[in-house]
Design a protein around this ligand. Structure first.
Ligand SMILES: [Zn+2]
Length: 387
């Protein structure tokens, strides 16, 4: 039997749609199982019917053309159907995602799944909107808005962890060695006449009455971090920006700053705290967190000492215990954190620090901690995005 050209074309098209739908269905099933999409229990329109488990293709860019590109499936949009025959409401499958309706509404199911997969599998730095857009054939704007949503949500959850709002006692083990250190994540050039930094400049003048005000200042944007040696768990807090004259040494963490960041509050009692030579750490441990009975092991970086053996008596029920002090683990974390941030991110926003810088750091922290627990997967990310 010969079939006509039109019939052949129809056959090919039907097969291609079938194949595309199967792929979308498998994407959908994994995403729903992992909790990325939340399908409402009852129909949104009639409030009685239930939505189908199976997806229905409603729109494909190349529909009606027999020969379609390999990217065909990525353009198709799918709906769920209400099973009430008088209603038959159609719910866009992507609309059941955690992000607001306006955010990346042009993305299809497969594109969303692939972008999230790319983000989870990223090694050193997150995928840029441009690479994502090229790979999944979507607009750069859509890719950007989804990636931004992920960054903001993970950052918000990490911020709560650092504030002690989440239960993290399991990860910050008692009787452990902790490292604490600050790190600069950027510099700002601040004019001596800047209105925005007026108060800090006045403060500097008051503290240095004998020296003339320089033409400009360098503002150090810093983070304070605490990490647990065995679990690798990381906590971050931004420190206030400190202005120093040009070519001056980066500022050391003061006792007041360490106390205000309040990260040591989350470290269990009786732990060993490793720090660099900054005087703020032992002072804060002793005076602000005295009830925690921390033992401080310092190494002096300025004297080029980076590791040092410490022997503590009567530590954790043992007669003596040896510890290698230093902040090596935290230093390598800082290196990775700096790589993670996109290069294009602006330093300044309306002459202040761009708050996105801290969001990126927090987002990295979320990722780092998820990785430490071997939980960097779709399930964990979905839970975070819905929070
Ligand atoms: Zn309905």
């Amino acid at each position: 039997m010969h079939s006509s050209y039109v019939e052949k074309r129809q056959d090919v098209l039907v097969k291609q749609i079938q194949k595309a739908s199967e792929h979308a269905q498998s994407c959908w099933d994994t995403a729903v199982q992992n909790g990325l999409f939340h399908v409402p229990a009852r129909c949104e329109k009639c409030k009685r019917g239930r939505y189908s488990k199976k997806l229905e293709m409603v729109k494909a860019k190349n529909q009606g053309v027999a020969h379609v590109s390999a990217k065909f499936f990525k353009y198709a949009h799918y709906v769920l159907r209400c099973d009430n025959w008088t209603c038959r409401h159609r719910l866009n499958a992507v609309r059941t995602a955690p992000w607001p309706e306006k955010c990346c509404h042009t993305l299809t199911l497969e594109q969303v799944a692939e972008i999230i997969c790319m983000w989870l599998q990223a090694k050193q730095s997150p995928p840029s909107p441009r690479t994502v857009a090229d790979r999944v054939s979507c607009s750069r704007w859509a890719a950007q808005s989804l990636l931004d949503f992920i960054t903001m949500k993970t950052a918000a959850v990490a911020e709560d962890m650092s504030a002690g709002k989440q239960v993290i006692s399991r990860r910050l083990r008692p009787a452990e060695v902790y490292e604490i250190d600050g790190a600069g994540i950027g510099k700002l050039f601040v004019s001596a006449r800047s209105e925005h930094w007026k108060r800090q400049i006045e403060l500097w003048n008051r503290l240095h009455p004998r020296s003339a005000t320089p033409k400009y200042f360098q503002g150090h944007v810093r983070l304070l971090g605490v990490t647990c040696r065995t679990t690798g768990w990381l906590l971050l807090k931004p420190l206030p920006v400190k202005l120093v004259p040009p070519k001056a040494r980066p500022p050391q963490e003061s006792r007041q700053e360490v106390a205000q960041a309040n990260l040591l509050k989350l470290v269990p009692k009786g732990s060993v705290v490793c720090a660099d030579g900054a005087r703020g750490f032992p002072a804060s441990c002793k005076k602000d967190f005295g009830n925690k009975k921390f033992r401080v092991a310092q190494v002096n970086h300025q004297k080029n000492i980076f590791t040092k053996r410490y022997t503590f008596r009567n530590l954790w029920g043992k007669a003596y215990r040896r510890i290698i002090a230093g902040t090596q683990q935290l230093d390598s974390t800082w290196r990775h954190l700096k790589k993670w941030r996109p290069q294009s991110l602006q330093q300044k926003l309306q002459s202040g620090v761009n708050p996105m810088r801290f969001k990126w750091a927090y987002s990295y922290m979320w990722r780092h901690n998820a990785k430490c627990e071997n939980m960097l997967n779709l399930k964990t990310l979905s839970d975070t995005l819905w929070r």
